[in-house]
Design a protein around this ligand. Structure first.
Ligand SMILES: *Cc1c(COP(=O)(O)O)cnc(C)c1O
Length: 473
């Protein structure tokens, strides 16, 4: 400790309390129930409704914060949390994220923050390499796949309109030539949000019919393409949230390119299968697309929030993202991080992924993805063997959709079984709907999930289904 310090003893103490709490919290996940102890109504009274006139010492604030928030923390990082599609913040990434906060780098400028700038640039390169995407792509490190999809759509908008002689960055969309947007009927809500944010309209998009796995039907795509004039933006999907399935890129992308179209792929979680040689054939041809959205905080288990927007046409991404306006970089080599994201000021949110990738190595990444896919097969096989339980799709990656019974009565049973499992709190799958059925959706994506957690999930669902059936009988 030097004699002069920018930290007071209480500030130092505050940071130490936080570091100790992070360790204690993560260790508590081993056997804690997954749902939060208190819901908002019970939890809110613990927090002062009116800000006190006087401040408080930093270490006291942090100690109070730890005590007050505790009962309101949900076990999203638990290896027994199977809801939605969430990663669970790998500890090495958490450690790096704490450093990112401590360093306080605004990574907008390579000149002023070269350390984190180079680390982030490296993360982008490593990910593009592992995913087998074009090395020349421009990459933006964003908060997640919603923004990554939006940015990819904005880059497409720039390029498709430029090819029609219209500079959308300068002239905007009023009076612009039109281009059609095509998207699969079972796309995630995120690209629809991206279409709205980009001024292209969610309702205006042509929804292309899908098969029973949620994959676009190639003949429906061919028909849709035959009916349009201008080169379209087409949004494809790598990883459907209910089935984990992939659009047939090798068949679809050449059709779309033959029309002069731009293909954007929402690959929030599923794109990671491209990093695993034995699984990559499931998304063969995906690298032929023009832009991709992929999360770091899902399958890579980076702490929230981080994702990548990857665009083959560097100029299109930079032209649509750069906040420099008239000062657009004259060479594409002089690109700064702010030129590839919507943000101007930005934390170095790529650095935790640098640490995670270093810790896993390429073999570790491949093993993580492959293990989760194998665990999804195991869970599906186990549940399908139980009378009255159905798995609603083939298992294409890590998502398992479960329905109990048949018809309306089956939907009621499914909801009751899910409520029972969630209330017990040992494991936590979430609700969904698929092909007119209420479902229990299980996402196998947390870095610490093993056969033990998967078998417990199977046990819990089966026990709840039997209990509900007995109750009904
Ligand atoms: C999660 C998800 C998104 C949205 O990603 P965020 O990181 O939550 O913004 C988009 N598409 C798919 C397929 C997803 O699973």
């Amino acid at each position: 400790m030097s004699e002069v310090s920018t930290l007071t003893p209480q500030e130092r103490h505050a940071i130490e309390i936080a570091a100790r709490e992070v360790i204690a919290y993560r260790e508590s996940l081993a056997d804690a129930d997954v749902p939060p102890e208190l819901r908002p109504d019970a939890f809110a009274p613990r927090i002062p409704a009116v800000l006190a006139e006087e401040g408080a010492p930093p270490d006291e604030v942090i100690a109070d914060l730890v005590a007050d928030v505790g009962p309101g923390l949900g076990g999203l990082s638990s290896p027994r949390f199977f809801g939605y599609v969430l990663g669970s913040s790998m500890p090495v990434g958490i450690a790096a994220d704490m450093l990112v906060s401590g360093w306080g780098q605004n990574v907008g400028s390579s000149w002023e923050t070269p350390g984190v700038f180079v680390m982030e640039r490296t993360v982008c390169k490593w990910c593009v390499d592992m995913l087998g995407l074009p090395a020349e792509s421009a990459v933006g490190i964003v908060t997640g796949a919603t923004v990554a999809n939006t940015q990819g759509i904005m880059a497409a908008r720039n390029a498709l309109l430029r090819r029609q002689g219209w500079d959308v960055e300068d002239k905007g969309l009023f009076g612009a030539p039109e281009f059609p947007v095509l998207i699969g009927a079972d796309a995630h809500s995120a690209p629809f949000a991206g279409l709205r944010y980009a001024g292209l309209g969610a309702g205006r998009a042509i929804r292309v019919a899908t098969d029973d796995q949620g994959r676009i039907r190639p003949e429906a795509m061919a028909e849709a393409l035959a009916g349009i004039d201008a080169p379209p933006l087409v949004v494809l999907q790598a990883g459907q949230i209910n089935t984990g399935a992939f659009d047939r890129f090798a068949e679809l992308i050449p059709m779309i390119h033959a029309k002069g179209g731009w293909v954007h792929v929402d690959g929030a979680f599923g794109l990671w299968l491209a990093a695993v040689p034995e699984l990559a054939p499931r998304l063969a041809g995906v690298a032929e697309a023009d832009s991709w959205a992929v999360d770091l905080h899902k399958w890579l288990n980076a702490p929230f929030d981080a994702g990548l927007c990857i665009v083959r046409d560097r100029a299109a991404l930079i032209a649509s993202m750069s906040a420099r306006g008239a000062y657009l970089p004259t060479t594409l080599d002089a690109v700064e991080p702010t030129d590839t994201t919507l943000e101007l000021s930005r934390r170095a949110r790529g650095v935790p992924s640098y640490a995670i990738l270093r810790a896993l190595g390429q073999s570790g990444v491949r093993a993580l993805i492959a293990r989760h896919c194998a665990l999804a097969d195991r869970l599906a096989a186990r549940l399908a063997a139980e009378p009255g339980i159905r798995i609603l799709s083939e298992i294409a990656s890590n998502q398992v959709s479960v329905a109990i019974g048949e018809g309306e009565e089956g939907d009621r049973l499914t909801r009751a079984v899910l409520a029972r499992v969630q209330a017990r709190g040992r494991v936590y799958p979430s609700h969904g709907e698929w092909r007119g059925r209420d479902i229990i959706r299980c996402s196998i994506i947390g870095y610490a999930m093993t056969t033990a957690e998967i078998d417990l999930l199977g046990d819990e669902i089966i026990a709840a289904a039997r209990a509900e059936r007995d109750r009904a009988a």
